[in-house]
Design a protein around this ligand. Structure first.
Ligand SMILES: Cc1ncc(COP(=O)(O)O)c(C=O)c1O
Length: 394
């Protein structure tokens, strides 16, 4: 694909003519090109019959290209990737695939997504697993605390690459080194990082990873992926049994373990995978470096502007390399109802879409923030309109 510019991406997202959209951390918009890829695939399947050669032809090659494109973008082997519908399901596939015993320990940070908390409660109920939550998320404390909580019962460490509530970029590579020294595998939650910056999983040296296509990657809703490293694949026994797995046909020759044969179950929507592949192509053709630079520049403009708003406090770390496109704000004296009202006014009066977000983690547990996701398709005029709107409403 020839190189695409951010301006062309904006044109491919008609929504940008209507609103300043700062909710990509929840749902990213799928571009017209992505929708076209999905539509074409579904139409060809339906028109020719999905199981006919012509119907199948519509997706086989493009789906294979999508899978290898995603693998290339994450710098992993294709065999290490499985397609899923979202991060939460992908995470369940991994975590439930481990051989938990009563008294085992699961380590996570206090900044994990609510779905990870839910999973940790179920591990306790199902297997008697103890969860240890690392509450001090400043890098040096996090790493020190991580080293001190690891025991011979620790079975898995789960870290968000970028934390959902406040956009903090966690020191995943350093955490993996500490974990591996103790012989413990690491699972990364990539929901908030992939698609807004280059992410190299070999460099991060994780054992497992999960992510969504429908956030920063701007893929179709209901797409995600599971990464299982070659090192972990032979010992990985899924909880749900995929139809290509050795457990489905015990007497058949055992296929080589791949993430696909260990996590993908039954029929899935080929068109969505093709759409995800198109989203990856677009991200690569603009360049993830270019997107990251633009996001940094726009986020800098936003944060500087917020500095002039008296009631607003930025709770996202602002040192270089400690955050990316998410900026979370708190406003003095604001309740959840106040924040919901402000978010509504920002939409109605200022054509600006932001999120009212519970903070489930330190430094402000059970408090509410405004989460602003600045994506590469946003522009300066949208950031300025957001700032003017806040200034006027506060
Ligand atoms: C860090 C993180 N993990 C997981 C999720 C859940 O993603 P999904 O809805 O794709 O399951 C989110 C959603 O916002 C998230 O921010």
């Amino acid at each position: 694909m020839s190189r695409m510019t951010v301006e062309q991406l904006r044109q491919d997202l008609p929504m940008t003519a209507e609103v300043g959209y700062f909710q990509t951390g929840t749902y990213g918009p799928a571009s017209d090109s992505v929708l076209q890829a999905v539509r074409e695939t579904m139409e060809t399947e339906a028109r020719h019959g999905p199981a006919t050669p012509a119907g199948r032809q519509s997706h086989i090659e493009r789906e294979a290209a999508a899978r290898s494109g995603l693998a290339r973008m994450l710098n992993v082997q294709e065999e290490e990737l499985g397609i899923e519908t979202n991060t939460s399901r992908a995470m369940q596939q991994i975590v439930r695939g481990l051989d938990w015993q009563e008294g085992d320990e699961f380590v996570m940070t206090s900044l994990e997504h609510v779905s990870t908390y839910g999973l940790s409660y179920s591990l306790k109920q199902l297997h008697g697993v103890k969860t240890i939550v690392l509450g001090e998320v400043y890098d040096e404390h996090l790493l020190g605390d991580l080293a001190s909580v690891l025991t011979d019962r620790t079975r898995l460490i789960c870290l968000s690459h970028i934390a959902s509530p406040n956009g903090r970029l966690l020191p995943c590579k350093q955490a993996a080194a500490i974990a591996h020294d103790a012989g413990v595998p690491v699972m990364l939650d990539l929901a908030q990082s992939v698609g807004q910056m280059p992410v190299d999983l070999k460099e991060l040296d994780c054992d497992f990873a999960v992510g969504s296509g429908h956030k920063w990657l701007l893929g179709p809703m209901g797409t995600g992926y599971t990464y299982i490293s070659q090192k972990q694949l032979p010992n990985f026994h899924p909880n749900f049994i995929p139809d290509r797995s050795p457990w489905s046909l015990p007497d058949a020759p055992t296929p080589a373990p791949t993430a696909r044969s260990r996590t993908e179950i039954g029929t899935y929507n080929h068109a969505l995978v093709v759409g995800l592949g198109r989203a990856v192509e677009i991200a690569e053709s603009i360049g993830l470096d270019t997107m990251q630079e633009r996001i940094t520049q726009l986020s800098g403009r936003l944060r500087q502007g917020v500095g002039h708003i008296d009631r607003a406090r930025i709770i996202t770390p602002q040192e270089p390399g400690k955050s990316a496109g998410i900026t979370s704000l708190m406003f003095d004296g604001f309740t959840k109802t106040d924040m919901d009202g402000l978010v509504e006014k920002m939409h109605q009066r200022h054509q600006t879409v932001v999120k009212s977000q519970w903070l489930t983690a330190p430094p402000d547990p059970v408090k509410v923030a405004m989460r602003i996701s600045v994506a590469a398709f946003n522009d300066e005029s949208e950031v300025d309109r957001l700032l003017e709107g806040l200034d006027e409403e506060l």
